[in-house]
Write a protein of this length. Structure first.
Length: 107
């Protein structure tokens, strides 16, 4: 997430799992200038993201969307965020204890 906010171009290389980039399109929807190329992510940092409605499709995407939502201007709603509870114990509650403004809605 740090790479999204600095005014530089960053490159992240994926050497293990090529399908790890499910979060790229939702980040673009939030205003990120981010691209995938040959198992690399190219990020041109911007000053801010805009809150959006996002549907999480896996654990990593849900976590990255929460962090992006915390950085974003406005409200971010993440549907299917229950993926987080499969991989991280009390994920939202821990962030709330650190001061994050998160509301948890039960299905």
């Amino acid at each position: 997430m740090f790479c999204l906010t600095i005014p530089k171009i960053s490159v992240i290389k994926e050497k293990v799992y090529s399908a790890r980039f499910t979060h790229i399109e939702p980040l673009r929807k939030m205003g990120a200038c981010i691209f995938e190329s040959n198992q690399n992510i190219l990020i041109n940092g911007i000053m801010s993201l805009t809150g959006q409605e996002i549907v999480a499709t896996d654990l990593r995407m849900a976590a990255s969307m929460v962090y992006a939502g915390l950085l974003a201007e406005g409200k971010t709603t993440i549907y299917q965020a229950d993926y987080l509870e499969r991989g991280y114990e009390n994920f939202a509650k821990k962030l709330i204890s650190l001061g994050a403004d998160i509301i948890i809605y039960e299905n």
